[in-house]
Ligand binder design. Structure first.
Ligand SMILES: [Fe+2]
Length: 187
């Protein structure tokens, strides 16, 4: 059974492993292997949003709910991450910095019960390919909200500082879209 406190404890154990990102991926994979248990503990996603389950200097745990067909521009974390899907799907596209700007690498679509890890230098963008909410556990090896992260404009690919207000707006817009879809009976 998924219990948040035990999950966080297991994440802290992973943080001290030699390959924390892989260990954290195992912890996340174990949790999302039983999506019903995760939703029993955290609630079924109702709205898009970044829900902070735990935050310290060494570890951040988010219950990230992506809105229908939501896109998040390329960004980095400056710390390892582990992501697991408990409902819906998430397409991760990976990027790398070059002298000419960002270069697109591969994409990876993840469905329910799948988990991945991302290295400290990873840059990714995220899309929810579905017209319904996607719920994912995101674990980071540090304080995700600490300053110093970058994001890249989705169209110009210009690098700028991570903008938390912009992120809030994106989620608000996504929730408006969700309401519209619900009103028309498609979500
Ligand atoms: Fe991310």
């Amino acid at each position: 059974m998924f219990e948040l406190e035990r999950f966080i404890e297991a994440c802290y154990v992973a943080v001290d492993e030699t390959t924390p990102e892989r260990a954290a991926r195992e912890v996340v994979a174990g949790a999302v292997d039983d999506p019903a248990a995760v939703m029993k503990a955290l609630g079924e996603p109702e709205r898009a949003g970044v829900n902070v389950l735990h935050r310290s200097d060494r570890l951040t745990v988010l219950n990230l709910v992506w809105g229908p067909e939501m896109n998040l521009m390329p960004h980095n974390h400056n710390m390892w991450a582990a992501i697991g899907i408990y409902t819906g799907a998430e397409v991760n596209t990976f990027w790398r910095r070059t002298e000419d700007g960002l270069q697109r690498l591969r994409g990876k679509e993840m469905g329910e019960k799948e988990a991945v890890w991302l290295g400290e230098t990873a840059i990714h963008s995220v899309t929810n390919p579905l017209t319904r909410l996607t719920g994912a556990l995101h674990v980071y090896g540090g304080d995700f909200f600490a300053p110093g992260r970058s994001e890249w404009d989705a169209e110009t690919f210009e690098e700028g500082p991570y903008d938390s207000e912009k992120l809030k707006r994106l989620f608000e817009e996504s929730n408006e879209r969700l309401e519209e879809l619900r009103a028309s009976g498609t979500a």
